[in-house]
Ligand binder design. Structure first.
Ligand SMILES: Cc1cc2nc3c(=O)[nH]c(=O)nc-3n(C[C@H](O)[C@H](O)[C@H](O)COP(=O)(O)OP(=O)(O)OC[C@H]3O[C@@H](n4cnc5c(N)ncnc54)[C@H](O)[C@@H]3O)c2cc1C
Length: 579
C-alpha cells in the first residue's frame, strides 16, 4: 500500500509501541486474546531499557517474610509516593504483582532461591518486608528474556530498530502511527484499532543519568501531541547511587540491591550520615530522602574528591558480594579499577526514573484520547511523588497486561482505521526538512544545553527563580530547535538525524516537568523546592495535569484519585508514621 509517499504500511488490531517489559507484556496479552498484534521498538528486541534493571521485582509473595501481603505493599507504595498516588492503581499493582511474577516463572523465568526452594526475596529501600524477587543483580535481563521468548513463540510480529515519530488520528481517535527505519531511513505507516504506548522514560534530558540512549521521552511527547493528559510530571526520581568516577561512566547506576544486601553509606569523614536524615530506615530509606542526604553531605563539604560519598560492602564476605552483586563487582572492577570487596564505591545521585507520564485508567490503561492506551514508565499515577525501588518491574507486568487487555476490548468495537494522507505527509516532511543543508543549529549542541539547564535548574533541589530561568531557556532552545539541521550524512543509521527529532520530544517533556515543578509550591517526594521546603496540606490532595491546548501548554490541578474502601489502610499507615 502506498500512502502519501510512504512505501510500507502494516495493519493490526493492536499496535504496541515499545518492547520493554510493559510493551512485551501488553503485546503478549493482546495476542493471546486473539488480536492481530504488532510490536515496534527503536532498539533491537531484547535491548530495551528494562534489560538494565538490576535489583528486583517487588511482589508480596511472602516467601521470606510470611507477614507480607498486598495491603502492606499498597501502604508502602502510598507512603513512598507521599499519598499522591492513584489509589486504585496502587491497589491493583500490589494485589496482582505476585501472580505476574509466578506467571513469569511458569514461562521459564529463573530467579534466585531460598534454601527451601521458593523464590528468594531481598530487602529494598522503603519496603517494610524483604519483597524483591531477583536473580543476582541481573533481574531485568531475565525478565526481558522470558517475555521475549514468550512473545516470539506466540508469533507476534516485531518491527525492531523502527522509531515512531507521530501518532495518527481519525477525528478524535488514535488510529495508527508513523515512523522510520533506523537502518535506511525509509518511512512506514502502521494502522491499528488501538495503540498502546510503552516507550519508557526520559532521563536523557539531564546530564547525569542512569538511562540509556533510548530514554528520550518519546511516548510522553507522542501522547501529549495527540492530546492526551500527562500527570505528575514534576516528579523525576534521582537515584541516590550512580557512579561519579571515572568521567566516562558518570551516572551509571549502582543498584539499590547493594544497600539491600547490607551496603553502608558513609561520607568522606567516615560517618554513617543517614543517622541524621532517617535514623529509622538508615540506608534503606526511600530514594528521595537518600538522594537529598547525599546531595547535602557533598554541598556541606563532606563529600569525596569526585563529588560523591562512599558505599561500602567490604564488611560482607567477598563470596557473597560476587554471588549477589556480580554486575556491580564487574562494573567497578572493569570501569573504575575498584575491587568492591576490598574498597568502598564512590557514588552520587543520578537522574533515573519518571514518576509522571500519560494519565491512564487504572483498570484498562486507557489514556484520555480514545484508542490510545499506555503502560510502564511512560505513564503516570501509580507512583505519586516518589517510586519505590522494585515497583517498576512489577508495574510494567501488571499494567502491561491490563493495557493489552484494554486495547483489545477497545479494538473489538472500534471502526476500521482510516489514514489521513495529510497527517502522513506532515510527518514525512518534518523529517525530510531536517536535511536543510548547512547553517542550521547543531542538535548535539542544543541537547548539551538542554541537559545543562535541566541539571542545574530542574534537579534534586529547585526554586522559583531557577525554574523560571529554566523555562525561559527552554523557550529559547525551542526557538533555536525550529532551525535544527542534520549535521551531516544521509538517512542510513544517522544518529545526528535521529537526535534532531528526539530533541523535539525532550524539549516538550522538559517543559512539562518545569511548568509543573513551578506550579507545585511545596516540597514532596522527589520534588524539593528550596523556597517552599515543607509539605502543603492542600497540595497533598492534588496532582498536576499537563495537556496541549490550542494556545500552548495547559497546567492544572486535579484532586487525587482515591477509593473510599482503601481509606482505612491509608489512615492506618499515616497514624503509624506519625508516632
Ligand atoms: C540501570 C537501571 C536499573 C533499574 N533497576 C530496576 C529494578 O531493579 N527494579 C525496578 O523495578 N526498576 C528498575 N529500574 C527501572 C525500570 O527498569 C524501568 O522503569 C522499566 O524497565 C521501564 O520499562 P518500560 O517497559 O516502561 O520501558 P523500557 O524498558 O524503557 O522500554 C521502552 C521501549 O520503547 C521503545 N521506544 C522508545 N521510544 C520509541 C519510539 N519513538 N518508537 C519506537 N519504540 C520506542 C524502546 O526501544 C524500548 O523497546 C531500573 C532502571 C535502570 C536505568
Amino acid at each position: 500500500m502506498a500512502t502519501a509517499g510512504v512505501d510500507e504500511a502494516h495493519e493490526f488490531d493492536v499496535l504496541v509501541i515499545g518492547a520493554g517489559g510493559a510493551g512485551l507484556r501488553a503485546a503478549i496479552e493482546a495476542s493471546s486474546l486473539g488480536a492481530r498484534t504488532g510490536l515496534v521498538c527503536k532498539s533491537l528486541l531484547g535491548k530495551a531499557h528494562t534489560v538494565m534493571a538490576e535489583g528486583g521485582i517487588a511482589a508480596s509473595l511472602g516467601n521470606v517474610a510470611p507477614d507480607d501481603g498486598w495491603e502492606v505493599h499498597f501502604q508502602d507504595t502510598l507512603f513512598s509516593g507521599k499519598y499522591l498516588n492513584n489509589w486504585r492503581m496502587a491497589e491493583l499493582h500490589a494485589q496482582e504483582a505476585p501472580d505476574r511474577v509466578r506467571e513469569l516463572e511458569q514461562w521459564g523465568g529463573v530467579f534466585d532461591r531460598t534454601p527451601d526452594r521458593k523464590m528468594a526475596q531481598r530487602a529494598f529501600g522503603g519496603h517494610t518486608y524483604d519483597r524483591l524477587v531477583h536473580i543476582g543483580d541481573r533481574t531485568g535481563l531475565e525478565l526481558i528474556r522470558t517475555l521475549q521468548d514468550k512473545a516470539v513463540h506466540q508469533g507476534i510480529e516485531v518491527f525492531m530498530e523502527c522509531t515512531i515519530t507521530r501518532l495518527l488520528k481519525a477525528d478524535d481517535r488514535v488510529c495508527g502511527a508513523f515512523g522510520y527505519w533506523r537502518a535506511d531511513g525509509r518511512y512506514v505507516v502502521f494502522t491499528a484499532r488501538a495503540v498502546v504506548l510503552a516507550t519508557g522514560g526520559g532521563g536523557k534530558c539531564w546530564q547525569v543519568t542512569s538511562n540509556s540512549w533510548e530514554s528520550t521521552g518519546d511516548g510522553h511527547a507522542l501522547a501529549y501531541d495527540a492530546g492526551a493528559e500527562l500527570i505528575d510530571m514534576e516528579f523525576v526520581q534521582f537515584h541516590p547511587t550512580g557512579m561519579v568516577y571515572p568521567p566516562g561512566v558518570v551516572g551509571l547506576l549502582v543498584t539499590e540491591a547493594v544497600r539491600g544486601e547490607g551496603g553502608l553509606l558513609r561520607n568522606a569523614e567516615g560517618e554513617r550520615f543517614m543517622e541524621r536524615y532517617d535514623p529509622k530506615r538508615m540506608e534503606l530509606s526511600t530514594r528521595d530522602v537518600v538522594s537529598r542526604a547525599i546531595y547535602t553531605e557533598v554541598q556541606e563539604g563532606r563529600g569525596t574528591p569526585h563529588g560523591g560519598v562512599l558505599l561500602d560492602v567490604t564488611h560482607l564476605p567477598a563470596e557473597t558480594v560476587k554471588r549477589k552483586l556480580p554486575s556491580m563487582y564487574e562494573q567497578f572492577m572493569e570501569l573504575a579499577g575498584v575491587d568492591i570487596t576490598q574498597e568502598p564505591m564512590e557514588i552520587g545521585p543520578t537522574c533515573h526514573y519518571f514518576m509522571g507520564g500519560a494519565r491512564v485508567d487504572a483498570d484498562t490503561g486507557a489514556t484520555s484520547v480514545p484508542g490510545l492506551f499506555g503502560a510502564g514508565e511512560c505513564t503516570g499515577g501509580i507512583n505519586g511523588a516518589n517510586r519505590l525501588g522494585g515497583n517498576s518491574l512489577s508495574d510494567i507486568l501488571v499494567f502491561g497486561r491490563r493495557a493489552g487487555d484494554g486495547a483489545v476490548a477497545h479494538a473489538d468495537t472500534a471502526p476500521a482505521p482510516e489514514v489521513d494522507d495529510a497527517q502522513v505527509a506532515g510527518a514525512r516532511d518534518e523529517l525530510d526538512d531536517l536535511f536543510g543543508g548547512p547553517g542550521g543549529e547543531d542538535p548535539y549542541e542544543l541537547h548539551a544545553e538542554l541537559q545543562a539547564t535541566m541539571q542545574s535548574d530542574v534537579g534534586i533541589y529547585r526554586d522559583g527563580d531557577g525554574l523560571a530561568k529554566a523555562l525561559e531557556r527552554l523557550e529559547e532552545l525551542q526557538r533555536r530547535a525550529a532551525n535544527v539541521r542534520v549535521p551531516g550524512g544521509g538517512k542510513s543509521f544517522n544518529p545526528g538525524w535521529h537526535l534532531c527529532r528526539d530533541l523535539e520530544n525532550m524539549l516538550t517533556i522538559s517543559e512539562t516537568v518545569t511548568r509543573a515543578a513551578l506550579m507545585r509550591e511545596e516540597s514532596r517526594g522527589a520534588h524539593s523546592r528550596l523556597d517552599f521546603p515543607d509539605f502543603d496540606a492542600d497540595w497533598g490532595e492534588h496532582n498536576i495535569v499537563v495537556s496541549k491546548g490550542d494556545d500552548g501548554m495547559h497546567v492544572e490541578r486535579r484532586p487525587v484519585v482515591k477509593e473510599s474502601e482503601l481509606a482505612g489502610l491509608v489512615e492506618q499507615r499515616k497514624a503509624a508514621e506519625a508516632k
